[in-house]
Design a protein around this ligand. Structure first.
Ligand code: AGP
Length: 606
């Protein structure tokens, strides 16, 4: 989704730094970019369609004068990707410039009204903002802060905004309602951006704006207030534990590969999470009449696996519902005996936030698992477990998936302990085994990466894939299929293996690739039947199986062996070959797996 940056510096030109920060936001997904600065009572602006590198080669984004400026990467919603629709947008007098992430819902009405007196050049919803502010300033002669506040009171929708005005050249006015925005504090310089990784090389001191708040940022002063009303809010400065190196490729060709390799480390960190938070969450689940797990995309697959873990290890009845369907599926079902376990890497996914807000308004308790401190989901939650994956830059979620799984495993074990479903020594054994998973991943990558690459290269030209698993491995299969679709653009479907004979099997013809996820758990015998069915139709069988599973090896054309993993935790290790497979299929096909087309790292629209 769109990325925004703003910088106000006492002494130095800001455009090279805005350019660098925009590059750090590229992973969010975008189709055009631009920068505007203030210099000698005028706005200077460069923007275009395309990648930042191409725009920079054409326009030189570092050569805008001025010590105050804003920048933007646009992910098109209203209007095609084009130079005209790219942000920043300006008013008729070219004195006010705005960048925006989100959607203004009542923009058509506002545009019709303002269109009588103002000239619009783009198709965007954003462009109404500079014109509205211009009109308020012209009529009332107020300052930018007051005009912005009045303008925002007329606007409905989601936004993170940064606004500059040539008559107040050392100031950024920012506002947030439903789209992420952080303020960064430096020495004689202040920043704002859509997310923390954009600011890491410049500062690790941040202030998090809440929805419904706006701020006036000057180099040595930040004042925050509510948009509706005159309530001043004390800025709380928060030290970010992430380092700038964590958000760099560190010698790998892509973030996705780096993040796959970082998984043992991310997992170790997460397995060391404070036991108190795990215990608090387990107690809340135990005290609930109903538990719903909700999330989107990869996090939804973690949620699905979590449902199996909670039922297997701790006999907890829960339902996993994809966030975009949550409200429709639970109308009349949520009350104050309900707990929502919401999972979101970014903590900013609009579908998941929407599900959480709906449940909260019906009296539910909210427990969340997220990787981003201070993210919106954490602020909507009664309890939050922070996974310790460090920043994830690749659009395809990899390390955050396995730390979500590990968190769910820890919660399930704690709940099993509380309710006495497992005895002390059983729990200890499971915990010990869970602690072995980072080592198993390390071994798997070391031993199997080149084989996985060869298999991926060999099959990268296939048009369709089927991913099958049973029980908890259905979630692993779904995640493998999603990875292949999103980074290699190969059509694939994932099914519970038993369900495949009710339809998907009609697709099978000689050589059709079917990937089976087959850990040696209680589903093993049945999945062999499903492999036989596919083999009988001459499908090409690829299996992810225990390294000692000679039966599966014999039945499969290719097998990737995984060292012995305790069965309820198999998704944590069995997904690794599937992530690598998707990565190598994407690179073989010539795609950049870090920036898949049409996708955004954090999807902040419904
Ligand atoms: C995963 O590879 C995708 N990029 C996507 O499905 C993602 O998991 C989904 O948008 C949810 O994001 P979240 O975890 O930040 O809420």
């Amino acid at each position: 989704m769109c990325g925004i940056v703003g910088i106000v510096d006492k002494d130095h030109p800001v455009s090279p730094i805005i350019h660098e920060a925009l590059q750090r936001l590229e992973y969010r997904g975008y189709d055009s970019a631009g920068i505007a600065t203030i210099y000698q009572n005028a706005i200077f602006m460069k923007k275009d369609k395309g990648k930042i590198k191409e725009i920079h080669e054409k326009l030189d984004l570092d050569k805008l004068p001025g010590t105050t400026g804003i920048g933007h990467t646009r992910w098109a919603t209203h209007g095609l990707p084009s130079r005209i629709n790219a942000h920043p947008h300006v008013d008729c007098t070219n004195k006010i410039a705005v960048v925006h992430n989100g959607i203004i819902e009542n923009f058509l009405d506002l545009r019709e009204e303002l269109g009588k007196r103002h000239t619009f050049v783009s198709e965007t919803d954003t462009e109404i903002i500079p014109h509205l502010i211009e009109e308020i300033i012209t009529k009332t002669k107020c300052d930018l802060r007051t005009a912005t506040k009045r303008a925002l009171q007329k606007i409905r929708g989601n936004y993170a905004l940064v606004i500059i005005y040539v008559k107040e050249p050392h100031k950024l006015v920012v506002a947030r309602n439903g789209s992420p925005l952080v303020i960064g504090i430096g020495e004689k310089v202040d920043y704002c951006a859509s997310d923390i990784p954009a600011l890491l090389p410049f500062t690790r001191k941040v202030v998090l704006l809440n929805d419904g708040e706006m701020a006036t940022i000057q180099c040595d002063e930040i004042s925050i207030e509510t948009i509706n009303g005159a309530v001043a809010v004390e800025p709380k400065i928060f030290d970010v534990p992430w380092t700038p190196e964590m958000a760099q490729k560190g010698g790998y060709p892509h973030f996705m590969l780096k993040e796959i390799h970082e998984q043992p480390h991310a997992l170790n960190g997460t397995l060391m999470i404070r036991p108190e938070i795990i215990d608090q969450i387990a107690k809340v689940l135990n005290d609930s009449e109903k538990v719903y797990i909700t999330a989107a995309g990869t996090s939804n697959h973690a949620g699905l696996a979590g449902k199996y873990m909670l039922s297997k290890l701790s006999a907890l009845r829960s339902q996993a519902i994809t966030s975009s369907e949550f409200q429709e599926s639970t109308v009349n079902l949520i009350d104050d005996g309900t707990t929502i376990l919401a999972i979101s890497q970014s903590g900013e996914t609009a579908d998941t936030l929407n599900a959480v807000k709906f449940a909260k308004s019906n009296g539910a308790r909210i427990v969340s698992i997220t990787n981003v401190m201070g993210s919106t989901i954490s602020r909507l939650s009664d309890l939050t477990l922070y996974t310790q994956a460090g920043p994830e830059i690749g659009v395809a979620a990899t390390k955050t998936f396995i730390v979500q799984l590990a968190s769910l495993a820890l919660i399930s074990l704690q709940l099993a302990d509380i309710i006495g479903k497992l005895n002390g020594s059983e729990i200890e054994q499971f915990r010990e085994e869970l602690l072995q998973t980072p080592r198993i991943i390390e071994k798997t990558i070391k031993k199997q990466e080149s084989l996985i690459r060869d298999i991926a290269y060999e099959h990268a030209n296939k048009q369709n894939f089927l991913f099958l698993g049973r029980g908890i491995s259905t979630a692993t299969a779904m995640e493998g299929s999603l990875k292949l679709k999103e980074v290699a653009y190969i059509h694939s479907e994932a099914y519970p293996a038993g369900e495949s004979k009710h339809g998907a099997i009609a697709l099978i013809e000689p050589g059709f690739p079917v990937v089976f996820v087959t850990p040696p758990d209680e589903t093993h015998e049945k999945i062999i039947g499903n492999i036989m069915e596919m083999k009988a139709r001459e499908a090409t069988i690829m299996s992810i199986a225990d390294e000692q599973d000679y039966e599966i090896q014999k039945l499969s054309d290719k097998t990737i062996g995984i060292p012995q993993t305790p069965t309820p935790f198999s998704p944590i290790t069995y997904v690794i070959p599937l992530q690598l497979f998707a990565y190598y299929a994407a690179t073989k096909r010539g795609y950049d797996p870090d920036k898949p087309r049409n996708l955004a790292k954090s999807v902040t629209v419904l």
